[in-house]
Design a protein around this ligand. Sequence first.
Ligand code: PEP
Ligand code: MN
Length: 354
Amino acid sequence: MKADNSHSEPIILAGPCSAETEEQVLKTAHAIKDQTPATIFRAGVWKPRTNPGGFEGIGLIGLSWLLQAKKETGLKTAVEVATAEHVNNALQFDTDVLWIGARTTVNPFSVQEIAAALKGTNKLVLVKNPVNPDVKLWIGAMERLRKVGLENIGLIHRGFSSYVKGDYRNAPMWQIPIEMKRLFPEIPMIVDPSHICGNRVDLQDIAQKGLNLGYQGLMIESHIDPDAAWTDKDQQITPRELKLLLQGLIWKKHQADKQFSQQIDTLREQINLFDDELIQLLTNRLATAQQIGNLKKENNVAVLQSNRWNEILNKMVEKGNSAGLNNQFVQAFMEIIHLESIRLQSTLNRTKTG
Ligand code: PEP
Ligand code: MN
């Protein structure tokens, strides 16, 4: 499979979070093969766990089960690698696709070691985004692989750790993969809704968002008996549920002559995401203004502080200017936000004193 943006076949990887037993691997692989259009069977055999003491992967024997699954079903196989030894083992067992996990992408030493071990192969290597929202680390990991001559590279968007508890296990922060796609339009982007969501109900929605943004594929965790899974059970679905999920998705076309409607859908989806972020930012800004209002009230300070406001306005107009934004627009935008802050602070004063 070439890392080529123009291919129209989506890349679908599916399989359990972890290889657990030979029976679980083979049963899951057969069900995925029989019921879904996935062509690559994934399973982790070395699991990076946050805390020691949990199941850290079945190890080498899992690779032999994957090979068996490949022989029986014809599916390609994919495994996570974090060290040169993992790479050598995976190559020995004829694994087709290797992916670098989010906790490994953050570490240039590890990525370099993996790149060196992969040198000279033509494996498809997928680089998950780093756990922290740092686009440079993601780029760096990919470039280490390219530098040793690897040409078959893809990216996996699996969401980012955030100290703010959000709706998902890992915050999607769509602007980061969008930026990666802008910088590297030739590298396929794959969405991993399982690790973004951390649950089963939002998988379809997140998968569709990825496709609307022009992603080329999906990696989804699927287990023959999700409730009994040894890792990540809350987010795994059965192969039958996977089939229904995939049937419900609207796939975008990726012809070389990129159709107008697909381009416009992608751009509209980006606009929607930016608008969502604007609302969130406005909410946070106004909540902070209200806290300031409380402080002013407690200290008997007037709501309107002209000096402070002029300072903000000048600074923002200047910033907007260097970002290429129109002065009048920035001024009007800031003024309306300021008015709303003052309104909120005054309401606060009235209700408290009234
Ligand atoms: C996985 O794919 O099972 C995995 C451990 O993913 P991540 O690196 O995204 O946490
Ligand atoms: Mn997992």
